[in-house]
Design a binder for this molecule. Sequence first.
Ligand code: ASP
Length: 366
Amino acid sequence: MKKVWIFLFVLASIYANKQQMQPSYNPELPTVAIILTGGTILQKTDPKTGASVPAANPQDIIDAIPELKKIANLKVIGFSNLDSSQMTPRLWTKLSKVVDETLEDPEIIGAVVVHGTDTMADGAFFLDVTLKTEKNVVFTGAMANASSPFSDGPLNLVHSIIQVTSPNAKHWGVTVNMNHYIQAAYWVVKSQTTNPQAFQSGEKGYLGYVYENQVYRYNDSLYSIKLPKPTTFPYVEIIYDYPGSDGELLKKAVDLGAQAIAVEGMGAGNVNGKMFDAIKYAINKEVIVTISTNVANGCVFSAYGDKGGGASLVKEGVILGGNLEIDKVRLLLMLVMAEYGKDKEKIRHFLNYPFCRSYQKVGSCK
Ligand code: ASP
């Protein structure tokens, strides 16, 4: 009997504690963490300059959306209030730790990460690879800031909380929820500078859609790569090939000490002759070189045998960059190399995992 009283007392004090932390705590609702990192959604227009700047108190912007508290109890955590052009792999590593630690609390069923849209696709990808939690983690933001009567922030936030709490939205890994659409961190890219429909996943399509208080599930997430949170940050550079490029910047990156260079080539993964010579210079100095493409969809292949063609690059030891967009190739290279150094087999495995290997073997995208 005594034990029962102690148990009831502990329950009552947990409840009272929650009431203190969240005056509007509703025991009928799940609890969701909202982790604020910044972006337009947490910005206001400076009346003097007319420019969008971080709000002095970003929590006020969340508090001004009463609909959120009707869906879940909120635990709002301030991480930063940065324009996402200032985000770095180091900051995303810290963010990944904060999200994992926050979601260790059994009361919290998932998290919404509020992030600027410029690098949202990269941040979501970084967390998708490095998070340990299996709970729902959704990235969202806005294209119009909180001063605008037409800001898309409130609706995006409401939809993201609905997604986190929905039984229809499980096992997608980290996703981006913007303008009703749910997209996989692996594929999503920012594709419009100012429109609320700012993200696309190309030929891979959307995972789902939120309307009113429902999540409509279109697709399952195809893949998930997991790597530890890095403790070192290898120097990995991106070099773009273009008609008439001379490869000098690639050689400069080698001379500056780059451990790997992610090259964005053309078509199915080809570069011009001068870039090919520069790549050979890098490989001779034991720098890892990968090849990707400036084409929005499709894998790269060792298809063409002329100087700079994919087949000649692979023959020299260049690693195919799979189907990932170049910024994500760089992030993945950093994460793999932080764990496995210059182990080419591992790099090949993770970069071509999982899409392009099967594509190359069976000859069809599925
Ligand atoms: N420049 C902003 C950012 O990425 C854009 C946005 O959030 O929509 O932080």
